[in-house]
Write a protein that binds this ligand. Structure first.
Ligand code: DAH
Length: 352
């Protein structure tokens, strides 16, 4: 029996030599120290031995058990240390490698153009006035002299937020920045109703229309509105200011022309063209051979609109204008599809 124990110890220790990972350690433990291992069978057979034999065999079995357990503990440590060394070697972190480059963001081309327009107008004395994107029918249309069912509303297909409950004054997304005129005039005139101060503001921001999205029309686009109200403001001021704006925006030698037009909130109304900066006025596909590019709408503020803003039209006059930064970019860079602006294609955006 004692020989058998020696044999068990020898086989166990020898088998442990080739154990190299945690899974194999486990298998070894079950085979050599587990309940049905040869060693444990010796323990459970002790009862059948004679009284004389029992102490010596018991002690020897215990000694083998302790030896095997000690060897297992030692091997476990060695396996762990080897695994650690291996992972340190394989997953080595080279702190001297250069870091990953930081990708710089940039402003959207529309924002860049919006700011160019704003910078020029600020230089000319216009203050930036921020108006809201969610408007009422009253401010977006009625106060600007578009009565309910007026045919001019058909030029601006509207996105309504609640069409049902508010009768003739539904909430909508502004279709133009012109309601900023009403908000600004009311805010200023309320400060001093007897003697409202002169105004010179620029209202930049997003507008929304219920359009079929095509190469030429989008459901959202930016506008910049201009408004000047005061005593003795004339159409000559409008022409001078906008011609100066055009020279600052499109080049010192650029020529402008004004064509009669119609907007409900201005009278008289006009559109301003600049000489085509692609062909210099000789005619090309961008200006459709006309030599001129339409840049903005403008006019003298309608007396009813002044009154709706709290300015007495017998004492005050004013001019207004509205333009589109995306349209300016499309002309300037010959962009033939407006969907690029909100398509979020990096290949387009990264060019600006
Ligand atoms: N609100 C007009 C539009 O969206 C643009 C416009 C035209 C604004 C003439 C003006 C103006 O202030 O005087 O079509």
């Amino acid at each position: 029996m004692l020989d058998r124990l020696k044999d068990i110890e020898k086989t166990g220790l020898a088998a442990l030599e080739s154990v190299k990972d945690p899974a194999a350690l486990d298998i070894w433990r079950v085979a050599h120290l587990g309940r049905s291992s040869p060693l444990m069978q010796v323990f459970s057979g002790l009862g059948q031995l004679s009284k004389e034999e029992r102490p010596a065999v018991g002690q020897a079995a215990n000694r083998v058990k302790v030896a095997l357990e000690a060897a297992l503990a030692e091997r476990t440590e060695a396996v762990k240390a080897a695994a650690m060394a291996k992972s340190l070697e394989e997953e080595e972190l080279d702190v001297t490698l250069p870091g990953r480059g930081v990708r710089l963001g940039r402003l959207h081309p529309s924002t860049q153009q919006l700011r160019r327009v704003q910078d020029i107008l600020s230089d000319m004395g216009f203050q930036v006035y921020t108006s809201r994107e969610v408007e009422t029918d009253e401010i977006n249309f009625q106060a600007l002299n578009f009565p309910p069912h007026h045919p001019a509303r058909e030029m601006q297909d509207t996105l309504y937020i609640d069409a049902g409950e508010r009768g003739d004054n539904p909430i909508l997304l502004r279709t133009q920045t012109s309601p900023g005129q009403i908000r600004a005039m009311r805010e200023y005139s309320q400060k001093n109703p007897e003697n409202p101060p002169p105004i010179r503001i620029a209202v930049p921001g997003m507008c929304f229309r219920s359009e079929q999205i095509t190469a030429r029309s989008e459901v959202q686009f930016n506008q910049v509105e201009g408004l000047a109200v005061g005593e003795h403001i004339t159409f000559a001021d409008l022409k001078g200011t906008l011609s100066d704006f055009a020279r600052r925006m499109f080049g010192q030698n650029v020529r402008t022309r004004f064509r009669a037009s119609y907007f409900p909130f201005t009278e008289p109304s006009a559109e301003m063209d600049v000489e085509c900066f692609v062909c210099g006025g000789t005619g090309c596909p961008v200006c459709k051979q006309s030599g001129w590019l339409e840049i903005l709408g403008c006019g003298m503020v309608h007396p009813l609109v002044l009154e709706n803003g709290g300015y007495d039209p017998r004492r005050y006059t004013g001019y207004a204008f509205g333009m589109g930064p995306e349209r300016q970019l499309m002309l300037r860079y010959k962009i033939d599809d407006i969907r690029y602006f909100w398509g979020n294609d990096m290949r387009f955006l990264e060019q600006f």
